[in-house]
Design a protein around this ligand. Structure first.
Ligand SMILES: [Zn+2]
Length: 181
């Protein structure tokens, strides 16, 4: 049931979080109207809420900040003032150590937390990873009524739609009619 409740593109955790207030229609409903909806969203992502003392205000404040970040990245602007400080504040909550691990024959430096990351920490970490990854672009869907954000990691940077079969359909129909070249 919860799977139908939320739109999960699965590109980046923080964008699924931002997308919880967005959708493929004009004026989509906010899918995180209360704490229990947020708990269901976290459960779907296997995020830890135990011992997390953040309030719904904290959740919605971070979502608003990250929405501003996604819009800035989509438009090729620098992150809005305060966004990086807010991300660093969440990252600073993590307790753990840096460790070298071997992945597919290569050494990687990883941060190993001593406890599962709290939900907002994990979301902030996801946003930080996107910012720090040079080859990852953030885009807003080109669908006419769609406001969903996604990551484009294609070598050509040519991804235009959240799901081509859904939002690309209008463009294909228009192309057939000769309206789009
Ligand atoms: Zn779309």
């Amino acid at each position: 049931m919860a799977l139908d409740e939320f739109t999960l593109l699965g590109d980046a955790l923080w964008l699924d979080f931002v997308n919880s207030a967005r959708g493929r229609t004009l004026s989509p409903p906010d899918r995180l109207p209360d704490v229990s909806a947020y708990a269901r969203w976290c459960a779907l992502h296997h995020l830890d809420l135990a011992g997390d003392r953040t309030s719904m205000d904290d959740v919605l404040t971070l979502r608003a900040r990250l929405t501003g970040l996604a819009e800035a990245l989509h438009e090729g602007r620098q992150p809005p003032t305060g966004t990086i400080a807010a991300l660093n504040e969440q990252l600073a909550r993590s307790v753990g150590s840096h460790q070298l691990t071997r992945v597919c024959g290569e050494w990687r430096l990883r941060f190993a937390p001593v406890r599962p990351l709290a939900a907002l920490e994990a979301i902030a970490r996801s946003a930080a990873a996107t910012l720090a990854e040079a080859g990852t672009a953030v885009r807003r869907c080109a669908g006419e009524t769609c406001s969903l954000f996604f990551t484009d990691e294609s070598p050509t940077g040519s991804r235009r739609w959240c799901v081509a079969a859904l939002c690309g359909r209008d463009a294909r129909i228009e192309r057939r009619r000769g309206l789009l070249r």
